[in-house]
Design a binder for this molecule. Structure first.
Ligand SMILES: CC(C)(COP(=O)(O)OP(=O)(O)OC[C@H]1O[C@@H](n2cnc3c(N)ncnc32)[C@H](O)[C@@H]1OP(=O)(O)O)[C@@H](O)C(=O)NCCC(=O)NCCS
Length: 194
């Protein structure tokens, strides 16, 4: 069922002649490796905890098992068919899609590529049946937090993670009634800009 719905949305045309394509995990991983340091140049200066080599083989086996649930691997290509970014995401639970990792090369940012993609992606996830979209971000990643708040996400929590440090959890409701439920349960006044 998901494959049929995916075909309606991908390949997806985005601003600046960029095309988003649904790809295999292998292709997405190669693109991620190729672009990682250009998209996250500060990454090497951060002392993240990383799994030690001796435990990697088992971790990779579990990663493959995890990949058998619904996941999306999207690569963004420019007019010359060169990869310029990617999005990885997976089913978090039966109603929540988790956006795990995404980014664009610096020269392709602020062109509405991500916001245009995200609006269409929400429609796709809604048609598949999801109700919520979640993500975690470093609390000082202004670009992603602002772009996601603008797209309707709310901050629903903070997490102290041994791998990535302090993270804000953001959540977007794909249906208006669920959003109203969120406002009601916390007696929140309606956000005037969304
Ligand atoms: C986060 C990211 C994907 C946003 O993509 P993008 O295509 O540049 O975003 P958009 O052009 O759609 O921006 C939409 C809105 O978000 C806000 N925004 C985006 N980048 C911003 C920045 N650097 N500073 C402040 N606001 C920003 C703006 O309000 C923007 O609208 P505007 O341009 O009309 O002012 C991109 O900045 C990126 O690749 N960052 C590095 C990777 C990363 O941090 N990934 C997230 C963690 S996994």
């Amino acid at each position: 069922m998901i494959e049929e719905i995916r075909k309606k949305y991908f390949p997806m045309q985005l601003p600046d002649g960029v095309e988003a394509r649904s790809v295999t995990s292998e292709v997405a991983t190669d693109v991620m490796r190729l672009l990682w340091h250009s998209i996250f140049p500060d990454d090497k200066n951060i002392k993240y905890f990383r799994t030690v080599k001796e435990r990697m083989a088992k971790q990779e086996a579990l990663w493959k098992l995890h990949n058998t649930i619904h996941h999306e691997r999207i690569v963004f290509y420019n007019k010359d068919k060169k990869p310029i970014g990617w999005i990885f995401g997976d089913m978090e639970d039966y109603m929540t899609f988790y956006l795990r990792l995404f980014g664009l090369l610096p020269e392709y940012r602020r062109k509405k590529i991500f916001s245009t993609f995200q609006s269409a992606f929400f429609e796709y996830l809604k048609e598949v049946g999801y109700e919520r979209v979640a993500a975690h971000h470093h609390i000082n990643n202004r670009a992603v937090l602002i772009s996601q708040l603008k797209a309707g996400y709310g901050i629903v929590g903070f997490e102290v993670d041994e791998r990535f440090g302090l993270l804000a959890k953001v959540l977007h409701f794909l249906h208006e009634d669920r959003r109203r439920g969120y406002e009601k349960v916390f007696s929140l006044p309606r956000d005037p800009i969304c």
